[in-house]
Design a protein around this ligand. Structure first.
Ligand code: SF4
Length: 633
């Protein structure tokens, strides 16, 4: 009997309109576990290098994990993977919500989609039964309308729906996928891959319980974690303030990304804080499947001409900054509206805000004129222009058609030095965390296989002193000594290596980063106990860390096959210069040579070629990836 996993992987070929179920052996699950590791196995085995990401040859993979769908707290996540149309590299994005657990309860450990339909369709997965249904009547509809129609059609309001809006249909390169209208597989343009397959939605209903090896133990651990949520300052702050809780610290310190990264000082920062949000537009809080923390915000604006529908949730920290201070905007009502529009149309708010802020700077510098913008005044701070541009990008109209390609390709098109004003790694726009005040985040940006990302490893401040949660709670990984957030020496690189692998374990297990140490209340021991009690496997953190490392190496090989090497592990130029304005004026520049040395040391620690960053055959053998050795020989 299998525990935790169902033993069924669902394959769907949209070109041939057929499906089949694969039953891998136990060892497969214990090697690849779920999430990105499981997805990369199929991407490396079944996808040829150099395919067009928007062609039927791309695979679109939805993968929860062997422990998803159990009562254990804060483990709702599933990964979507494909070759990314934004970066051309391995594309992946994790989402919480309910869809991943529902897929497991419907009888499947993963869903692998290939081919493309000639007309719009949606998938209906109902307790093991599969149907490909016509979606012609849904094409062009926003996510709220689509969810309503599908639930009415299937006569079940508990159906969980992952779907794309018009931006995905129109192949916007940073379109995302949403479930329950507010939980996003946000980055890498995976919604465009879904759009290219003419797949509007995947509706799932599952009522089968998941076999658990030791239900009593899981319930006990769950009870213990839940009891501590309000005593732990990190999980309590997440409940009370959500991710916007970090705005205040960044704004007061002078490192809040503003005006397309030209400064970290935003004079109206107070308007963007979680405290202001709570006082003005917060309606309620929400959570994900089996999570006692409930960190999600739900906002509402009820003003004539500016209504914000609470069904679309509320802005996270990244959204408040990318659609706010980065564009010089300090009005939370407009940011909430911009967030609602992105959610209705399914566009990644980080890339959307970054691309619009870049266009605003081009306008300021005279690289874009009113003629190029069809008369729209793109001055920083123009909040009406923000809403107009989001509409135009989603529908690929006028200037929006150009911006729908993401800032890297737009800069190529504009020419005339526009490249100076983009901030990206592997063509993906950087998130809203400044590596000049936490260098480990710089390593994340540079080394992420899926383009700049801030969720690759826990951030430096969690390890800054003896009382920090990372130092107090993670000695089991050998993390004993605090390191300053601004340090970029050898010990920081060694710490980063461990943390990168540790959070990759979260990704392959579907664990929320906000549920466990160092970011929250659950301990490493409790998480290990959950994995053991769900699966019955007498596993250890050693085995889990090896699984995490395995998936990092698989992603590295996938990218190497696509032509990526160490030359693509870069940091945007802006971080090699000091802050301008505010409390950090004239400070903070990262030393380029130190950063290069850090990258080289990281390659060595990982068992990769220090010049090229390509995994050595010996490392692949150690991780049981002998089937990939030929790729690097
Ligand atoms: S902590 Fe927040 S994001 Fe994570 S599972 Fe809970 S509600 Fe969802």
């Amino acid at each position: 009997m299998s525990y935790g996993y169902t033993g069924n992987i669902l394959h769907v070929d949209l070109s041939a309109k057929k499906h089949w179920i694969e039953n891998p052996p136990e060892n497969f699950y214990r090697t690849y576990w779920g999430g990105r590791a499981l997805a990369l196995y199929y991407m490396l085995k079944k996808m040829k290098p150099h395919i067009d990401p928007l062609s039927p040859d791309n695979l679109l993979i939805f993968a929860p994990s062997v422990i998803t769908g159990t009562p254990a707290p804060a483990i709702p996540r599933y990964t979507v993977c494909a070759k990314s149309p934004l970066t051309g590299a391995e594309g992946e994005a994790e989402a919480g919500g309910w869809w991943g657990p529902e897929l497991k309860k419907a009888g499947f450990d993963a869903l692998i989609i290939r081919g493309a339909s000639s007309t719009p369709v949606y998938l209906w997965i109902n307790d093991g039964k599969i149907e490909i249904k016509d979606a012609t009547h849904l094409w062009g509809k926003d996510t709220g309308e689509t969810q309503k129609i599908i639930r009415e059609e299937l006569a079940d309001d508990k159906v969980r729906i992952a779907q794309i809006g018009p931006a995905g249909e129109n192949l916007v390169r940073f379109a995302n996928i949403v479930n329950e209208l507010k939980h996003f597989n946000g980055r890498n343009g995976l919604g465009a891959v879904m759009g290219s397959k003419k797949l509007k939605a995947i509706a799932v209903r599952g009522t089968k319980p998941i076999n658990l090896y030791n239900k009593e133990k899981i319930n006990q651990v769950t009870k213990n974690i839940t009891k501590r949520v309000m005593d732990n300052s990190l999980s309590r702050d997440l409940r009370n303030l959500g991710t916007p809780g970090v705005v205040r610290g960044f704004y007061e310190a002078g490192c809040l990304p503003s005006y397309n990264w030209t400064t970290g000082y935003f004079q109206e920062g107070e308007n963007l804080t979680a405290e202001t949000l709570n006082k003005t537009i917060l309606k309620s809080t929400k959570g994900c499947y089996a999570c006692p923390i409930r960190c999600k915000r739900v906002v509402e604006v009820d003003e004539e001409g500016l209504k914000v529908d609470p069904s679309y949730g509320g802005p996270e920290y990244e959204t408040i900054v990318s659609l706010g201070s980065l564009c010089g905007i300090s009005d939370l009502r407009f940011i909430a509206k911009a967030n609602e529009l992105c959610n209705k149309y399914t566009m990644d708010t980080i890339s959307t805000g970054m691309t619009i802020a870049f266009a605003m700077q081009c306008y300021q510098e005279g690289l874009l004129t009113k003629e190029d913008t069809e008369g729209i005044d793109l001055t920083f701070g123009n909040k009406e222009a923000l809403l107009i541009l989001i509409e135009k990008i989603a529908h690929r109209e006028g200037l929006g058609d150009l911006l729908s390609q993401g800032s890297y390709l737009v800069a190529q098109k504009i020419g005339k030095d526009a490249e100076k004003f983009i901030h990206q790694v592997k063509r993906q726009e950087i998130p809203m965390h400044d590596p000049r005040v936490k260098t480990g985040v710089g390593l994340q940006y540079a080394l992420s296989d899926y383009g700049a990302d801030h969720m690759k490893a826990p951030h430096d401040p969690f390890f800054k002193d003896q009382d920090s949660p990372g130092i107090k709670e993670m000695s089991g990984l050998g993390i004993l000594e605090p390191i300053s957030p601004a340090d970029l020496g050898k010990k920081k690189v060694a710490l980063f290596k461990l943390l990168d692998i540790y959070w990759t374990v979260f990704d392959i297990l579907g664990v929320c980063d906000f549920g466990y140490v160092p970011r929250s209340v659950g301990t490493m021991e409790e998480l290990l106990e959950i994995v053991r009690s769900v699966t019955g496997w007498r596993t250890t953190w050693f085995e889990l860390m090896k699984a995490g490392e395995r998936s990092i190496n698989m992603a590295r090989i996938f990218n190497y096959r696509e032509g990526f090497t160490s030359k693509d592990d870069t940091l945007p130029e802006v971080f090699y210069h000091n802050f301008k304005g505010g409390p950090l004026d004239g400070q903070g520049a990262i030393d380029k040579e130190d950063f290069q040395k850090a990258l080289r040391l990281h390659y060595e620690l990982m068992g990769w070629n220090p010049d090229t960053g390509i995994p050595n055959p010996a490392k692949l053998l150690e991780l049981g990836l002998d089937w990939l050795v030929e790729e690097v020989s």
